[in-house]
Design a binder for this molecule. Structure first.
Ligand code: YH5
Length: 276
């Protein structure tokens, strides 16, 4: 299912539920429990109102470590297959590795959610002659180093937009139709606290690209800095941030807390419906 079709059909922001499959999310490391717990999570998120499930096999949190292709595929492929067999919800795969992209596309992935915006070798070619949707996220540096230098010479908004312009051109040159692209400024990825909130305050300005915008703020540290709480207790601040983004045109919100976010979407939609 094309994400743009889903947006046109639902006529409201879409809810992308984060399905966590990195090893710290399950205790024994056994494959059966791994798949079983992912399917349970998936089922609950769909019941709660998820429109898309996002599956990632390598954590891209600040300081997270690299996962080899083989290991990433061992984590993600069985879960992708199981979700595709059991549910009809579109599946997004959070990866920046071309080899992983090729494998998950062959297994029916609907969206490639790339925190490196197809800048890795061979990534553009891996997706070019396919019909998957693509989320291009801005990150400066790598997950290992990105919080070391968060100074933007021209200001964060200008730099993120220049990056989007370059990546859109790179996609066009690789033969990727513009209609397949989504944009995401990448909250928390190599940005200072001030810049994260500047991007949220000015989120509407990213509409200039006339592409669907994705906001991923759920449970992030930028929220902890202003409303201190352990990650699992950041629901209220996450809902608030997602709502601020949706009021400014975010069309997909990437979240951990699906049920709470579905209520936020309902309230936002009812509000936006009455706006001139
Ligand atoms: C995103 O924004 N983020 S992985 C640190 C946290 C909580 C959550 C507790 N993948 C994004 O979710 N893909 C990630 O502190 C993403 N946009 C897109 N498109 C980081 C994450 C997180 C990190």
């Amino acid at each position: 299912m094309k994400i743009t079709n889903l947006l046109n059909q639902k006529k409201r922001p879409l809810l992308m539920g984060i399905l966590n499959v990195t090893p710290d999310s399950f205790s024994d490391g056994g494959r059966y429990n791994h798949i079983h717990s992912a399917l349970k999570q998936a089922e609950q998120m769909i019941t709660d109102g998820a429109d898309i499930l996002d599956i990632g096999g390598e954590s891209t949190r600040p300081g997270a470590t690299f996962v080899p292709v083989k290991e990433e595929l061992a984590r993600v492929l069985p879960i992708l297959k199981a979700v595709k067999q059991n549910f009809s919800v579109p599946v997004s795969i959070d990866t920046y590795k071309a080899e992983v992209m090729r494998a998950v596309i062959a297994e029916g992935a609907d969206l490639i959610n790339d925190v490196k915006a197809l800048t890795e070798p061979d990534a553009l070619a891996a997706v070019a002659n396919t019909n998957v949707d693509l989320c291009l996220m801005h990150m400066r540096g790598t997950p290992q180093t990105m919080q070391k230098n968060t100074q933007y010479e021209q200001g964060v908004l200008v730099e993120v937009k220049n990056f989007f312009k370059q990546r859109i051109i790179a996609c066009q040159q690789a033969g990727i139709a513009r209609e397949r692209l989504l944009l995401d400024p990448g909250f928390g990825f190599g940005k200072s606290q001030t810049d994260n909130f500047k991007m949220l305050a000015e989120f509407a300005s990213f509409k200039e690209f006339e592409l669907p915008l994705l906001a991923g703020i759920s449970r992030k540290s930028m929220l902890n800095a202003v409303a201190p709480a352990e990650p699992a207790q950041r629901v209220y601040s996450s809902i608030c941030a997602a709502t601020i983004a949706m009021l400014q045109g975010a069309q997909i919100i990437r979240v951990h807390d699906v049920a709470a976010s579905a209520d936020a979407i309902a309230v936002t939609v009812a509000t936006l419906k009455e706006k001139n």
